[in-house]
Design a protein around this ligand. Structure first.
Ligand SMILES: [Zn+2]
Length: 97
């Protein structure tokens, strides 16, 4: 069989970020950080306790959502990092190594 004719489809269903809804996480409680809003996925508050403070984020899910709605990021302290990453990503696309 011609290997070029074999079509492999790998579908990975990503779970949406609880703050910005961007499909990003392979699983919850992953301790990964969303690249869109910088929410640290410790899943402590989850959907059920959105006003509970998340230890990793030092704020509640609802606070993070409010920040994202108003500023495009869950934690305002990470704003500079996000801007830098954005510039880096744009540069990487324009000037690939
Ligand atoms: Zn997010």
């Amino acid at each position: 069989m011609d290997p070029r004719k074999i079509k492999k489809e790998i579908k990975i269903e990503l779970l949406p970020c609880l703050v910005c809804n961007t499909p990003f996480f392979m699983s919850y409680n992953s301790h990964n950080i969303c690249w869109e809003c910088f929410w640290h996925d410790d899943y402590v508050p989850g959907y059920h306790h959105p006003d509970e403070i998340s230890g990793a984020n030092q704020m509640s899910l609802n606070e993070a959502r409010e920040n994202y709605k108003n500023h495009g990021i869950s934690d305002l302290k990470m704003m500079e990092v996000k801007e830098r990453l954005k510039r880096y990503r744009v540069k990487s696309v324009i000037e690939p190594k």
